[in-house]
Design a protein around this ligand. Structure first.
Ligand SMILES: NC(=O)c1ccc[n+]([C@@H]2O[C@H](COP(=O)([O-])OP(=O)(O)OC[C@H]3O[C@@H](n4cnc5c(N)ncnc54)[C@H](OP(=O)(O)O)[C@@H]3O)[C@@H](O)[C@H]2O)c1
Length: 252
């Protein structure tokens, strides 16, 4: 149960090794009430490292194998994550940032990104919504992106996968009204994580802790869309309204 200050007792992170997901767990842990974490992720040394560190800090830590390209197994994976106890917060954090140029040469790269970022994320989100609806409470947190808001020549493959997820997320938020379950659609700009390692930071770049703090601050209350940093809400509003001829001249 999430207390009046917005601190949850239990969290499931799909993409449990993600840097933003890890920062969010840390944010909840330092709020002092977090007891139980489920990390759904591909088996890796990083997953082992994170789960053993958290096991020393929390009452219960569980890992569940989750490969977003294995679409046939998502239902089974989500049942393993969700069936046995209440979960206060479910975070959909698994994602890939494909190289747009490579995707143009090898469309299979775009297809895999769509599978991970959109198809698997949508399936996981719908399974989680169903479980939380039956439970009667909980918050779904969806890691979308500002890239969902307007396609750019340099990044439209990733942007389109996030646009699909963003649309499911906002539609589901409406559908969940009155159920006791709320949904936070999070649109970060450029976040300095291993996903963006080696790339030149875009304007308004931020870090995983700032994203985690913004999520924690918006956990209570009705479903909403948030931008991180918040200023991006207005920047994106202007960019969306901008004529194509002007938009094209901006640095890509
Ligand atoms: N960084 C940014 O600038 C930024 C901006 C806006 C939105 N976001 C979104 O925020 C979310 C978290 O990103 P991050 O920055 O924290 O990046 P990250 O540290 O690279 O995390 C990405 C996560 O996705 C998982 N993943 C990738 N492919 C997978 C697959 N086939 N099956 C299961 N899991 C898979 C990775 O697991 P493995 O450890 O197994 O690889 C990892 O847990 C993503 O959805 C991303 O699109 C990021």
């Amino acid at each position: 149960v999430i207390d009046s200050l917005g601190a949850p007792e239990s969290v499931l992170v799909l993409g449990g090794t993600s840097e933003i997901g890890t920062a969010l767990i840390e944010q909840f842990r330092t709020s002092g009430r977090l007891r139980r974490v489920v990390l759904a992720a591909r088996p890796s040394a990083l997953r082992d490292q994170l789960s053993s560190r958290l096991a020393g800090q929390l009452a219960e830590v569980r890992t569940v194998d989750f490969d977003a390209t294995d679409l046939d197994r998502i239902g089974e994976t989500m049942r393993a994550c969700l069936d046995d106890a209440d979960i206060d917060v479910v975070v959909i954090a698994a994602g890939v940032l494909p190289d747009n140029e490579e995707a143009l040469r090898r469309p299979a790269v775009a297809v895999e990104a769509a599978q991970v970022n959109y198809v698997a994320a949508m399936a996981a989100l719908l399974h989680a919504a169903d479980a939380l609806r039956r439970q009667g409470h909980g918050v779904l947190v969806v890691l979308s992106s500002v890239a969902a808001e307007r396609p750019r020549a340099a990044n439209f493959v990733y942007g389109s996968t996030k646009a699909g997820l963003d649309s499911v997320s906002r539609g589901l938020a409406e559908q969940l009204r009155g159920s006791g379950v709320t949904l936070l659609t999070v649109r970060p700009g450029f976040v300095r994580t291993r996903m963006t390692a080696g790339m030149a930071p875009a304007p308004f770049s931020t870090d995983p802790t700032t994203v985690a703090r913004a999520i924690a601050e918006n956990l209570r209350g009705p479903s909403r869309v948030i931008w991180v940093p918040g200023l991006l809400r207005w920047v994106m509003l202007a960019l969306r309204a901008m004529p194509a001829a002007v938009f094209r001249r901006l640095p890509q």
